[in-house]
Design a protein around this ligand. Structure first.
Ligand SMILES: NC(=O)c1ccc[n+]([C@@H]2O[C@H](COP(=O)([O-])OP(=O)(O)OC[C@H]3O[C@@H](n4cnc5c(N)ncnc54)[C@H](O)[C@@H]3O)[C@@H](O)[C@H]2O)c1
Length: 419
């Protein structure tokens, strides 16, 4: 059955979700407090970068099924997709979830469904959203169904994953969970599993925590290997020949607004019990400092002002997102210690942090560091780079480069996790 759906917050998650529902014939209004986002969407355009999204949105806007508004309007369904950032003290900031929920109260009516998609601390749906919705005078659970359904998509492949990933739906009661499942079934080919809200909330947090903890284990192993004079990449390669072992890859740290943030929401609720989770966050956050100590050792004999070129600045490969990037943290540490740093990166345009000219950014450098393993860095002109640098060391933090190629251009090749 086709519904009228209001999606509150039309960013990386809300906009593809809005486009997907409208492509299946639902009438969707994308709501955003950012006037520019609303105006641009009403012209069939977008303000974010995601492969295939612009064409998809253009099609559904011109079909008349998707439009945008600054305020929520009466609908059958409300889906909340606003950001849930972290405060400086590592606690969850759910202010936007609260204001988005308040904004739908005046237009809420009997028979509505409300779904929270924002990654949220355990208990948010039942203990924060439900009481706000009750201000409408309606019985939440009976007159209005309520639930939580987290998003698992990966930036760069959102449209495909939105449709094909399995989903978890938590309801404040069985009826809520089942009706929300029926709603998502109209756009999702994957399996949809129903449960209660707290279970679904913790699932989302734990999925990202699982990855963060495993990366921390690999990072700790890399530091141990450097101390023992063993190559971590060999250890990982041979360990992973074990049928039940899958050690992740170490690197310069973990960034982004999910892996570097969500585990803290568990630590905040359970500080005494979530020990491995908190320690893993600290381990991953420490990696830029560890890379810095490696740099200090590599350049200890240079007495003049040192210049370093870093290739890549985003929190992971082949995207344009620098949120919580460990490379930015490394840059700050280096600059605080008197190093001159240049970042080479072609993804982000018009950003005064980065130099888009490879040879110019490497000019007079004492050290070239691979920060992010973007595909386009696979085949760099090392002979040309060698002509413009002052030093002769390349530090690969991802085991990404072809060691022989770099050495044949006259560089010394250094690798994270190998002394
Ligand atoms: N981006 C991802 O890869 C990803 C993946 C899984 C889960 N999530 C989660 O999804 C949620 C949304 O993340 P995102 O990346 O789409 O955020 P985003 O920053 O891309 O977009 C959010 C949008 O919400 C708008 N907004 C903020 N407050 C509002 C309000 N009160 N009313 C209406 N609009 C409002 C903002 O203007 C913005 O356009 C977060 O909780 C995030 O953790 C994100």
């Amino acid at each position: 059955m086709k519904k009228n759906i209001c999606i509150v917050g039309i960013g990386y998650i809300g906009l593809p979700t809005a486009a997907m529902f409208s492509s299946y014939g639902h009438k969707v209004i994308g709501v955003d407090i950012n006037e520019n986002v609303v105006n641009v969407l009403n012209k069939g355009k977008i303000t974010i970068t995601e492969p295939g999204l612009e064409e998809f949105v253009k099609k559904v806007v011109s079909s008349g099924n998707l439009s945008a508004s600054i305020v929520p309007k009466e609908s059958d369904v409300f889906i909340i997709c606003v950001p849930t950032p972290i405060n400086k003290d590592k606690t969850a900031n759910i202010e936007l979830v609260i204001s988005a929920t308040k904004s739908i109260v005046p237009v809420l009516k009997k028979g509505n469904i409300v779904v929270l998609e924002s990654t949220s601390p355990v208990g948010t749906t039942e203990e924060v959203i439900k009481p706000i919705l009750e201000n409408s005078g309606l019985n939440i659970g009976k007159d209005v169904l309520l639930g939580y359904s987290p998003e698992r998509v990966i930036p760069g492949n959102i449209i495909y994953e939105l449709k094909h990933n399995d989903r978890v739906v938590g309801g404040i009661n069985e009826k809520s969970a089942n009706e929300i499942k029926e709603l998502y079934k109209t756009i999702v080919d994957g399996n949809i599993y129903t449960t209660n809200c707290k279970t679904a909330e913790l699932c989302k947090l734990m999925e990202n925590t699982y990855r963060d903890v495993n990366i921390a284990l690999a990072n700790e192993l890399a530091m141990i290997c450097e101390d023992l004079g063993i190559n971590v990449w060999d250890v990982i390669k041979y360990c992973n020949k074990h049928p039940r072992v899958n050690i992740h890859n170490p690197g310069p740290g973990v960034g982004g607004h999910c892996l570097a943030v969500d585990p803290w929401f568990i630590v905040e609720k359970e500080p005494k019990l979530a020990k491995i989770i908190g320690l893993s966050r600290e381990t991953n956050d420490f990696m830029p400092n560890f890379i810095f100590s490696k740099i200090e050792k590599l350049l200890k004999d240079i007495k003049y002002d040192k210049k370093i070129t870093i290739l890549g600045a985003t929190y992971k490969a082949n995207i344009d997102d620098m949120r919580e990037s460990p490379i930015i943290k490394l840059v700050n540490i280096l600059e605080d210690n008197g190093y001159k740093v240049e970042i080479y990166y072609t993804f982000i345009k018009d950003n005064n942090l980065v130099n888009e000219d490879l040879l110019d950014s490497c000019k007079d450098s004492d050290l070239i560091i691979l920060g992010v393993d973007h595909d386009e860095f696979k085949d760099l002109p090392w002979d040309e780079i060698k002509k413009v640098v002052r030093g002769n060391i390349v530090l690969d933090t991802r085991n990404f480069f072809n060691e022989n190629k770099i050495k044949s251009s006259g560089f010394i090749y250094k690798l994270l996790g190998k002394m």
